[in-house]
Design a protein around this ligand. Structure first.
Ligand SMILES: [Ca+2]
Length: 605
């Protein structure tokens, strides 16, 4: 799929422009400003055909049936909650759509792929270093009673995840009525969430071995998929979550960001799902380095740029359970998010050489037989593997405390995460998930406590550390909120409107832009640790982030007042360890990883 679309994608990305592409149509009675994303803008300017997602005015959308037609443009699929439909159009039809009073915006129906990378070497590891097994043992939680929707390539029933635990199945690709996985990605992901470990005496158990799986197949046998198919699955979740008790959605897929979160149909539908109290775990993306091995910031993919989502980067556990040697995998996408500058990822979790369920006969199992571990498992790399660790953790939290909101569960995971040394917030979020800590904190929370009052049980604050594999894992006690990071905070100990799922995560405090720094004890400023950082991934003649003079890079932490004067004035001569000219040396394809076939399994963006 990426071979056929990759060239287009690369060409499209080269032409991307900054800011919001707005097409003002003065010929219509309403003269509205209609929003198109950067890829649609290119087709408008240069011609061609494109699959698109057309967003409608609310009143037009409410009239929309399953059949949608605007002018002579026939819709393919209608999305009621997203107020949108999909269609394939040429540039003339694009103009026709934009001339319609019913249309408010058009986005590229971008190809989505799972965020996995190929491997060639050595053994794999379980997800146990996340603290999952410790948590189950100490707190007797299993995820029982909680169901997780896995929007992926399907799920192949397995000894560790028999069909009886797949509580619902919908095939948005081929319409088949019984679970299968012809690609092999979704089965691996589902196993990380809920595999029992039965075929390995528990060695390769997932995080929440009693959670139920709702398998929604959107990726084809070759791993390809489209944004509109993912939208269809999210619409299904909105219609059916109560029936199947879906508390969590896992999205180990995405596409590069082509527009601001506010108009991205995929991001917006993720936000609608989150508002139902559902935690949405999303892979941050695998674009954190380029073919030259340079770290690339600003590479979070959509929909990990949804503020309400839990964006998960990939930790490299170095094949040991103990966490002191862990780091963030080089491929893990770095924040901030394009256009919006949100701080992401939110957390990281094991995502390197992770062993989970094998789907025999699937594309991945057949083509990459060397990745097989024993007869029932195989190993993969990617933020695709990290997101389900977080999803499984959320299942443990909701089973430990069913009254938790999704915001509170997300915050508990961030708050108890363990910071890794020498890594900045755009790389690790608040740190690596500590499942034991997150479960312990969640069990202490009384969701019915009055707003503004302490809501953790006990007369003292919880001990902000856990013993994991002979080491002390300190809680980072930080929260990411929009563009900011709040460190050294006790906010999790108090009930707050912030934990209400109807609050837009990130909007309350964002009157000015401050990107928090992590290290309270030394003055490491992110970006300066490396001499090979590339800032911005996709523009030939602009290093984004450096031109906005109201962005302040520094601390927003009352305990670090001494460091408050670290301000990265963007008008100054700031260079992120490289000159702008160096960026120009790389092709878009290299920076986006599209050309490096040797390290790819398939379709990694
Ligand atoms: Ca380790």
């Amino acid at each position: 799929m990426m071979r056929t679309t990759g060239n287009f994608l690369a060409r499209g990305c080269r032409a991307l422009v900054f800011g919001t592409a707005v097409l003002a149509l003065t010929t219509t009675a309403y003269a509205e400003q209609k929003h198109v994303d950067s890829v649609v803008q290119r087709v408008l300017e240069q011609g061609g055909k494109l699959p698109v997602i057309v967003r409608l005015r609310d009143d037009a959308a409410l009239k929309m049936g399953k059949e949608v037609k605007v002018g002579d443009v026939q819709g393919h699929r209608a999305f009621g909650h997203a107020r949108a439909f999909s269609a394939k159009v040429d540039h003339k039809q694009l103009r026709e759509l934009l001339a319609s009073d019913d249309v408010v915006g058009i986005s590229y129906d971008a190809p989505v792929t799972g965020n996995l990378l190929g491997l060639t070497t050595t053994t794999g590891v379980s997800v146990e270093s996340s603290g999952s097994k410790v948590a189950r043992s100490r707190y007797k939680v299993t995820g029982a009673g909680v169901n997780v929707a896995v929007i992926d390539s399907g799920v192949q029933p397995h000894t560790d995840l028999p069909a009886s635990r797949i509580v619902a199945w919908v095939d948005f690709v081929n319409g088949k009525t019984t679970p299968y996985d012809d690609y092999g990605h979704g089965t691996h992901v589902a196993g990380i969430i809920a595999g029992s470990g039965a075929a390995s005496s528990g060695k390769y158990a997932g995080v929440a071995p009693s959670a139920g799986i709702v398998a929604l197949k959107v990726l084809r046998a070759d791993g390809s998929g489209s944004t509109s198919t993912v939208l269809a699955a999210l619409e299904w979740v909105l219609a059916n979550h109560a029936r199947y008790n879906i508390r969590i959605v896992n999205l180990s897929l995405g596409h590069p960001i082509f527009e601001a979160a506010a108009t991205d149909p995929l991001v917006q539908l993720v936000e609608r799902v989150k508002e139902r109290g559902i935690l949405v775990a999303v892979a941050a993306g695998n674009m954190g380095n380029n073919a030259l091995g340079q770290t690339v910031y600003g590479t979070i993919t959509s929909p990990a740029n949804a503020q309400g989502a839990l964006a998960v980067g990939a930790a490299d556990t170095k094949y040991t359970l103990a966490r002191g040697d862990d780091t963030v995998a080089s491929f893990s996408s770095r924040g901030p998010t394009r256009y919006d500058y949100y701080t992401k990822p939110d957390v990281v979790a094991p995502g390197y050489h992770v062993v989970s369920l094998l789907a025999p006969g699937s594309y991945l199992a057949t083509r990459y037989a060397s990745l097989q571990v024993g007869s029932s498992y195989f190993r993969l790399n990617g933020t695709s593997m990290a997101a389900p660790v977080a999803a499984g953790t959320a299942a443990l939290l909701f089973s430990a405390n069913p009254g938790l909101t999704s915001h509170a569960a997300k915050a508990a995971m961030q708050f108890t995460a363990q910071r890794m040394k020498q890594l900045d917030v755009m790389t690790q979020g608040t740190g690596q998930i500590n499942v034991a800590g997150a479960v312990r904190l969640s069990k202490l929370i009384v969701p019915t406590a009055s707003a503004g009052r302490r809501w953790v049980k006990g007369s003292r604050k919880p001990i902000a550390a856990d013993l994991l594999f002979g080491e002390t894992a300190f809680w980072g006690r930080a929260l990411i909120w929009g563009q900011k990071v709040y460190g050294g905070t006790n906010s999790m100990y108090v009930n707050s409107s912030l934990w209400n799922d109807n609050i837009v995560w990130g909007y309350l405090f964002s009157d000015n832009i401050v990107w928090g720094m992590f290290y309270l004890d030394d003055n490491i400023v992110w970006g300066m640790l490396y001499d090979n950082i590339v800032w911005g991934m996709d523009d030939e003649n602009l290093v984004w982030g450096l031109t906005d003079d109201n962005i302040v890079w520094g601390f927003d932490d009352s305990t670090a007042m001494l460091l408050d004067n670290i301000v990265w004035g963007m008008d100054e001569n700031i260079v992120w360890g490289l000159s702008v000219d160096s960026v120009l040396a790389f092709s878009t394809e290299e920076i986006m990883g599209l050309s490096d076939e040797s390290t790819l399994i398939k379709g990694v963006k």
